[in-house]
Design a protein around this ligand. Structure first.
Ligand code: C2G
Length: 459
């Protein structure tokens, strides 16, 4: 009896089209049993595919529905192809000839066959035909503005071409001969009156609330540096306003959108380190190197940085119940704060944030079977290790990380707007409340009068 020939092929298959279908049909014709590996969204984003519009689930379903496909698997990491060749005893690996040479290394496991790609059709083309680019404006002109502009060029769902800042001369100088940011405004109402659909706000922290509120009321989607508000009443108000106006309001905590960070959460969900008992994370910054306004620096370490460790605590341990602060004050503001949070089942979160001093910015998630170590800077997650008492069992996870990490967040923001989604699974409105709980409670503790007044105003 002749052995059955197993063929394998991989792809994203976003907006499944005839180019994909022809490739799959020809792959199947090479043998008897066709396995299709559909790339997981985190893996796609880590290999630079930022603009995929369909979820992994949707793409898997579309491939499963093809009657000539015998098995569908999900591709989650770079080395998986070689592992799959062995695991499924693959005879032929087939892939489009846009990849010629790239997979020759797999010839030692199987036979690699490059098939001619279908000309004149692609997911990129379909996306641009089906979705309009979102027009976006920037609010605030600071040191990170250029980084945002540069990173947004990798995101095909939006176009940034307008800026607002109250500093007329700075705006003029910035837009002069600027091929990307062609339009400058020093009047916010006029800026909001233009055809932009979305804004990115990066100004002094105490200005966020007003800028966000006006933008939402003017019908714009908002991406704003965290904290989006400095007291509980205002945060609640902004989130309700976004809901009422049917607009997206997202905190620009870039860690939440990184492929490696999301993969880490998936690994934890699988129970690999058992029951999680403690999370420790440190985030420090030598803010003096940055060209922020005095006003911004004035807000202290907890306001500027605590959302990062809080993101990790909240994603891993859930909502914090009891919060204790051990702070170090200089010139009226906290330059260093050790924050201990208590979570469900008594699990502990230990966050350390500081400005003007530098410390090891790593994170450790400890469980009953082992722990996960994320090396510094953990908030720009590139790799992590799952470690056990037996050090031979250590598992390493490495992800590509492009640019300064902003592009993953910008891509999610654009994609959500294009698809008409009111919230991101990576950072939900309740996550936004969770990551701000620590700093809002700290502000309340430091200026009880103001917090009380806000509560009254709320009623
Ligand atoms: N394809 C094709 N003709 C097109 C477009 C795509 O033959 N007009 C083929 C590609 O060559 C690939 C498959 O369809 O073999 C899936 O394409 P994509 O969804 O673009 O996936 P890709 O990024 O090529 O992923 O691990 C993933 C693989 O490396 C390939």
């Amino acid at each position: 009896m002749q052995n059955k020939k197993t063929i394998i092929t991989y792809g994203t298959y976003d907006m499944l089209h005839k180019g994909h279908m022809r490739l799959l049909e020809r792959a199947k014709a090479l043998g008897d049993y066709l396995i299709v590996g559909v790339t997981d969204e985190n893996y796609d984003r880590s290999r630079g595919k930022l603009n995929v519009v369909e979820s992994t689930k949707k793409r898997v379903k579309a491939i499963e529905a093809l009657d000539f496909v015998d098995k569908v698997i999900v591709e989650t990491h770079k080395n998986q192809k070689a592992e799959d060749m062995v695991k499924y005893d693959v005879d032929i690996f087939a892939i489009g000839d846009d990849w010629v040479g790239a997979f020759d290394y797999l010839n030692k496991y199987t036979h690699v066959e490059y098939l001619a790609r279908t000309e004149g059709i692609s997911s990129t083309q379909l996306r641009s035909e089906n979705f309009d680019r979102i027009k976006m404006g920037l609010v605030g002109l600071g040191r990170d503005t250029q980084a945002f502009i540069d990173e947004s060029k990798f995101v095909s769902s939006l176009n940034v071409n307008r800026i607002y800042s109250d500093d007329f001369l700075k705006v003029k100088a910035f837009t002069k001969d600027n091929v990307t940011i062609k339009y400058g405004h020093d009047n916010y109402d006029e800026f909001l009156d233009t055809p932009i659909q979305a804004v990115y706000i990066d100004t002094a922290l105490e200005e966020h609330y007003t800028f966000i509120s006006k933008a939402l009321k003017a019908g714009k989607h908002v991406l704003c540096e965290n904290p989006i508000a400095l007291n509980k009443g205002e945060l609640k108000e902004l989130l309700s306003l976004a809901k009422k106006e049917n607009k997206l309001l997202l905190s620009a905590v870039k860690t939440a959108f990184l492929p490696a960070f999301n993969q880490l959460l998936k690994e934890l969900d699988s129970g690999v380190i058992g029951e999680i008992k403690e999370v420790r994370a440190t985030r420090t910054s030598l803010y003096k190197e940055k060209d922020y306004s005095q006003k911004f620096i004035g807000q202290g370490a907890t306001n500027i940085l605590s959302a990062y460790p809080s993101l990790l605590m909240n994603k891993v341990l859930g909502k914090s119940k009891k919060i204790s602060f051990f702070d170090q004050i200089e010139d009226g503001y906290d330059i260093n704060n050790l924050i201990v949070t208590e979570h469900k089942g008594g699990a502990l979160g230990i966050s350390n944030v500081a400005v003007g001093m530098k410390s090891e910015g790593d994170a450790v998630i400890s469980g009953t079977k082992g722990y996960i170590y994320i090396p510094a800077p953990w908030w720009l997650t590139k790799k992590f290790e799952v470690r056990f008492e037996d050090s031979h069992k250590t598992l390493n996870f490495n992800y590509e990380f492009e640019g300064c990490g902003l592009r993953y967040m910008i891509a999610e923001f654009g994609s959500l707007i294009q698809r008409g989604k009111g919230k991101s699974k990576m950072l939900t409105p309740s996550d936004i409340v969770g990551i701000n709980r620590v700093l809002l409670e700290y502000n309340e503790k430091r200026s009880p009068k103001k917090a009380k007044k806000t509560k009254k105003e709320e009623k």
